[in-house]
Design a protein around this ligand. Structure first.
Ligand code: 5GP
Length: 116
């Protein structure tokens, strides 16, 4: 039987490797990035295996909306009253290194535009 390829986020989801988990529900998990690029750097992942943004299908609309609502809740819970940045890297050209869709929630410092 073919095995689903695993990755570091699926291992965090399965509690095979540790992470600083901030939030979990039926649809998603949020945990601190191991290499934070800002004072607050949280990753939000769907529990559904979605490799990347370009592979979203119409049935994923609810879970994607949910990820955004939880990101806003976490931003409030973490005190990001001045604002925050959400980043979603798609595929190698977009800077994606882990092949499981994820939203970066960054805050606690100023952010430049355009992004690097
Ligand atoms: P990407 O470059 O794919 O958009 O983001 C992947 C993120 O996952 C990076 O910011 C990286 O620091 C983070 N990351 C990679 N491995 C681990 C890990 O084992 N634990 C945690 N918490 N974050 C990780």
């Amino acid at each position: 039987m073919a095995m689903l390829p695993t990755n570091v986020f699926l291992k965090i989801l399965g509690r095979e490797i540790p992470a600083a988990i901030l939030y979990e529900d039926e649809f998603c998990l949020a945990f601190r990035d191991a290499h934070p690029l800002a004072p607050v750097h949280v990753l939000l992942i769907p529990k559904k295996v979605i490799r990347t943004h370009a592979e979203l299908v119409p049935e994923d609309a609810a879970v994607m909306g949910h990820l955004h609502l939880i990101a806003a809740k976490l931003a409030a819970d973490l005190g990001l009253t001045a604002g925050y940045r959400l980043v979603l890297n798609c595929d190698a050209g977009g800077g994606q290194t882990v092949p499981h869709l994820h939203l970066h929630l960054l805050g606690g410092r100023a952010f430049a535009w355009p992004p690097g």
